[in-house]
Design a protein around this ligand. Sequence first.
Ligand code: GLN
Length: 474
Amino acid sequence: MIDLEKLTIIKARKALDSKEFSAVDLASVYLAEIKKKNGELNAYLEVFSDVLEQAKAADARIAKGESLPLLGIPLAIKDNILIKGKKASSASKMLENYVASYDATAIEKLKKQGAVFLGRTNMDEFALGGSTENSAYGVTKNPHDMRRVPGGTSGGSAACVASSMALAALGSDTGGSIRLPSAFCGVVGIKPTYGRVSRSGLMAAVSSFDVIGPIAKTVEDARVIYEVIKGQDLLDSTTISETTYPKTSFKKDLTIGVPWDLINGEGVNQNVKDNFSEVIKKLEKLGFKIKDIKLPNCLALYYIINFAEVSTNLARFDGVRYGLHKNGKNLFEDYMLSKGAGFGKETRRRVLLGAYVLSAGYYDAYYGKAQKAREALRKEFKDIYSEIDLILTPTCPIPAWKIGEKSDALSMYLADIFTVTANIVGIPAMSLPSGFSEIEGKKLPLGIQFMASHGGEDLLFEIGKKFDEIKDSP
Ligand code: GLN
């Protein structure tokens, strides 16, 4: 019997190498679990038909004595990451039948390792949202409370990991899409430094914010995947050589900056605040220094750049080159009908707002100003990190909300207040489970977020491990 709930990548690796179970055994147990649970959770959009073949191939390599960290490890992949020959729809009607013609670089690296891809996971259409409710294929449910959202946009990936339907998963993060669902589902998620993991084969949402990263049950597991997928790639010129990153080292007396103004500000739920204060006490007990810092609210800046880049990137889905096509009386009508039928409401909203902030006459007032503010923020962060080692915040100001509860876009955008800053600046950030909040008889997971300076992933993994050891202490 394989105990999926307690299984980690590290444990599975040992068991596969010592022949305690085979990759086929492991994949079969996951397939059975998916069969049992996915109908209700709707975390997978598709379970691949060749899972057992992939597992057999992994077993053959193990039998030859190969041992790579992810050989035979079953993973779930977000639906906006290309796997050659498989459908990839970004949870959009526009790409319902799109089949990828090449592998994303992260996928190529995982394939070399011999990882087993179980299926593609649900998400907000084109990674726009925060709850997975914007999927064209129905919402994913939170495994901790089926009435609630799993967070988004990588909600399917986080729900798969939290419900033992995958050992770990890939997500993508543009403004919190790995971290927010990780917090809502009680798992670990890391958004790497911008450019540390290749974006080749990731469908572009906001090219200057997007990054692929792992969602896993433990910090060590997330690290294993991160180490495999990171690195310079000629297919993504924003990736740089690993040797150019600064070396960060863990010290016992790290200084952790906390933006109390933002945390004590309007809109942060009391349970979240209480949990955060507990976390701070525990960190102080360990000897870390806590320092008050000032961080601005970056939501307006984030969303202006988001709308602008989304509208530019999604212009390629015109009904001619990719996916859905509707016939009108002329080309213009073809475009209108195809986009109208192919894009969901939130996607259409962003395309329109993006066209607005980029249009002549408004460009300087919105997009131009946002770019200047972004540059100023980058400088500000350099100064901040000269005085502290890490920044700590809750991952989200509120716990998982009920499906359908946030019907206006703006209230959903507000949930991103702590996560978007790392994408604007390009720094790495990690969400860690920090406890539960009891709401209406259910225990809902809460998360905290550590942000390191550029290239500081190692520091995040170290502090993450430390925090994991102490988080359940009184
Ligand atoms: N919630 C944010 C948005 O809708 C972030 C999405 C993401 O990271 N892909 O833009």
